[in-house]
Write a protein that binds this ligand. Structure first.
Ligand SMILES: [Fe+2]
Length: 299
């Protein structure tokens, strides 16, 4: 009895396994199909999503490009409009000048001429105080000589300016020149920032002096032209003489810079610099000594 009972139990177990296998098999297949079904639409959907996502971006990029191009076109139109306005405005300005206001313009021009005359008069007088300091601070004898000679030349130029004041029937008077005051401060900085006895200081002084010369060339050039326009031939001649002297001084400084001073200064730099630091005497070229107050009458 016990054996037959055991066989029956074994048969039951085997049947149960088969049932379990059958029941399990469709499930696996179904799971694959289900997975395939669920996966398939996802890929398609992803493509669609991707397509949708790409498509608007392209469209958006075009829109952005169109938007970016639009202001450029608008800006170009504005520029074109401004140019057209400028062209149309130019002849109008010329037309205004041709109106019969010549007498008033001449009075204004003479006032302007006198104003610039006072400016350069103040500048030249301040230079007569700066040049001895520059000569003392210079290292090379050639540069010292240029500064010394230009002091004498400058005194002659002041004399010519006084003649021009006289031609105008005006008292020789200076008006503070902000440009020359600034240039003098730069020269002062060159002296305090460079070692005494160095060629580096000379290079700095040459540049500072040439800045002064160029300011004077611009001033005398403008004044000489203005004198010619106003029919003041004698004043034009006097101012023209000074203009030539300023150009000559500028050329002398250029020649000196191109000779050997720049090279020597470069070698000085390679050696780590030379010379002593500046003395109190060298630093003393301040604005009070260079300048002469707001208004300066003929000395
Ligand atoms: Fe001068």
């Amino acid at each position: 009895m016990a054996k037959s009972t055991g066989k029956k139990a074994a048969a039951k177990k085997g049947a149960a396994k088969k049932v379990a296998t059958k029941a399990a098999a469709p499930k696996k297949g179904a799971a694959k199909k289900a997975a395939a079904k669920s996966a398939a639409p996802k890929k398609g959907a992803a493509k669609k999503v991707a397509t949708k996502a790409v498509a608007p971006k392209k469209g958006a990029a075009k829109k952005v490009a169109t938007k970016a191009a639009a202001p450029k076109k608008a800006a170009a139109k504005k520029v074109a409009a401004k140019k057209a306005a400028f062209k149309s405005a130019a002849p109008k300005k010329l037309a205004v000048r041709s109106k019969p206001t010549v007498i008033n313009d001449e009075a204004l021009l003479q006032e302007l001429f006198l104003d610039h005359l006072k400016d350069i008069y103040w500048a030249e007088k301040s230079l007569t105080k700066a040049l001895p300091k520059m000569r003392k601070a210079a290292t090379s004898p050639e540069l010292q000589q240029i500064f010394e000679q230009h002091l004498t030349v400058t005194e002659g130029q002041i004399g010519r300016l006084e003649q021009v004041f006289e031609l105008l029937g005006k008292k020789a008077q200076g008006k503070k020149c902000d440009a020359m005051e600034g240039l003098s401060k730069e020269t002062e900085s060159v002296i305090s920032d460079t070692p005494k006895g160095s060629k580096t200081r000379d290079v700095g002084l040459i540049i500072a002096a040439q800045k002064v010369e160029h300011y004077e060339i611009a001033s005398y050039g403008g004044l000489a032209t203005l004198a010619a326009v106003m029919g003041m031939s004698e004043a034009k001649e006097l101012l023209g003489q000074t203009l030539a002297e300023e150009k000559e001084a500028d050329q002398l400084l250029t020649q000196l810079a191109e000779s050997n001073i720049n090279q020597e200064a470069a070698e000085e730099g390679e050696e780590g610099g030379s010379g002593e630091s500046e003395s109190e005497d060298d630093k003393s070229m301040d604005a009070d000594e260079v300048g002469e107050g707001e208004e300066t009458s003929k000395a």
